[in-house]
Design a protein around this ligand. Structure first.
Ligand code: SF4
Ligand code: SF4
Length: 295
């Protein structure tokens, strides 16, 4: 017993201060970033992308549309290796949680191809390139906000709807001493009847679709839904298969998308904090709907 106590004292505190102190200098891989001025719409990146996250619409010879869907991206880095113009670079940006699926799409529109020349398109105009979200606002007074709204911790029901278990392992890590989300007033529960938030992983297999609906229906309002990992966000490499729905939003209204394959624990924490910002408006709406005299 004394040995255990001594070892504990020697180890000291292991819990990360994230999100209070954002992670810096990490070598882990995050989202790809594109430099629109270097892109020539050659399509080499789309040809190697294993999940179909990059598409190049070449249906017209005058304007070409290049698109990167971060919800489908598995952060493999093949596009960076394949790009002959150095337009793509892998970053370590992981704070990518988004409230809408559209916010995860980067679109470039290329001008007409150069007639008689190299066949390369004119430089692109970028439509959207999501930047990592700031954490300060969401973290400030977090525990107090959860307590004032719920009078207890935020309760999460995790459901694996046909996942490959990679994201599920990262979710398990949220409860270990390093990430310890209980310090933030967030906890996991076994029953959907006690849950405020449904955290779903996997592309939603046809077999598990009824179970997903049943779990959602069993939750008290307001039911927050978070899709974690590229499979839950957009089907991942299983996108288009007859055996999966192709993402949680094909079955349920999703409040927050957390891309990544898998998203690391810090990315999951950031996504849960973004979801918390949706809790209060949704609770108010649910209360108004349930009030006497309201339809
Ligand atoms: S990093 Fe993403 S976009 Fe690039 S090839 Fe891999 S899956 Fe496709
Ligand atoms: S990002 Fe690179 S590989 Fe992809 S279309 Fe542009 S130039 Fe070609």
């Amino acid at each position: 017993m004394l040995d255990i106590l001594r070892a504990s004292l020697r180890t000291g505190r292991v819990t990360e201060s994230y999100p209070r102190q954002p992670e810096e200098g990490t070598c882990l891989r995050g989202r790809p970033w594109i430099d629109p001025s270097s892109c020539h719409a050659c399509g080499a990146c789309a040809a190697v992308c294993p999940s179909g996250a990059i598409t190049l619409d070449s249906s017209t010879h005058t304007v070409r549309r290049w698109q990167l869907d971060l919800a489908k991206c598995v952060f493999c880095g093949l596009c960076e290796e394949a790009c002959p113009h150095g337009a793509l670079a892998m970053t370590n940006d992981f704070e990518l949680a988004s409230r809408t699926r559209r916010d995860l799409v980067v679109g470039l529109t290329h001008g007409p191809q150069i007639a008689g020349g190299s066949g390369q398109a004119a430089p692109a105009s970028v439509e959207q390139q999501p930047a990592p979200a700031g954490m300060g606002v969401q973290v400030k007074g977090l525990r107090r906000r959860i307590q004032s709204r719920l009078r207890r911790s935020l309760h999460i029901r995790h459901m694996a709807a046909g996942s490959d278990n990679s994201t599920d392992w990262e979710i398990s890590a949220l409860l270990n001493p390093i990430y310890d989300v209980q310090r933030l007033g967030i906890d996991f529960v076994a029953s959907p009847r006690h849950a405020d938030l449904l955290l779903v992983t996997g592309a939603v297999t046809r077999h598990l679709e009824p179970a997903l609906h049943a779990t959602y229906e069993a939750m008290p309002a307001p039911q927050l839904v978070v899709a974690a990992g590229d499979e839950a966000c957009g089907g991942g490499v299983l996108h288009g298969s007859y055996a999966v729905a192709g993402g949680v939003d094909r079955c349920l209204p999703v409040d927050v998308y957390i891309p990544g394959d898998p998203p690391r624990p810090q990315a999951l924490i950031q996504g849960l904090l973004v979801a918390l910002d949706r809790l209060e408006p949704k609770t108010r709406r649910a209360e108004l709907t349930a009030a006497p005299g309201k339809p």
